[in-house]
Design a protein around this ligand. Structure first.
Ligand code: CO
Length: 136
């Protein structure tokens, strides 16, 4: 069911330092910081030939990554995102398989303006998983 790895997201304590690390030390193509107030994060996209890395930093008072950063003050991998063709079929399949879809179980609009859902890490080897619907 899942397709390509869309991105790996890393929560970082200092977005500028992390962007510089990827741009200069690792020599990657790195975007300018993009504030996403609706999602409570500022993100920097790192473009790789076969995928993306998203550097995330809390934005606003009730950011979904603020507590994560408190627990991981040096930063840490937050989630991985797989592409799916049909997010509603994917949600249905996850329910059938007994996996926990987070939130209200309905897709929301993610960082790329595409429908996404998150799956509980307890069901997936301790890894928070995002499914993103991409056009086929
Ligand atoms: Co993501």
């Amino acid at each position: 069911m899942i397709g390509r790895l869309n991105h790996v997201a890393i929560v970082v304590p200092d977005l500028e330092a992390a962007a510089s690390l990827y741009r200069n030390t690792l020599g990657a193509t790195v975007s300018e910081p993009l504030p996403l107030p609706d999602q409570g994060v500022t993100t920097v996209f790192v473009d790789l030939p076969n995928s993306k890395i998203e550097l995330l930093h809390p934005l606003g008072d009730d950011s979904p990554v603020a507590a994560f950063l408190e627990r991981n003050p040096r930063g840490a991998m937050h989630h991985i995102c797989y592409e799916v063709q049909d997010i509603h079929a994917a949600i249905e399949h996850m329910r059938t398989e007994g996996a926990t879809v987070l939130g209200d179980g309905k897709p929301s609009i993610g960082a790329h303006n595409l429908p996404v859902v998150f799956l509980h890490p307890k069901d997936f080897c301790g890894t928070l998983i995002e499914l993103e619907e991409v056009a086929s």
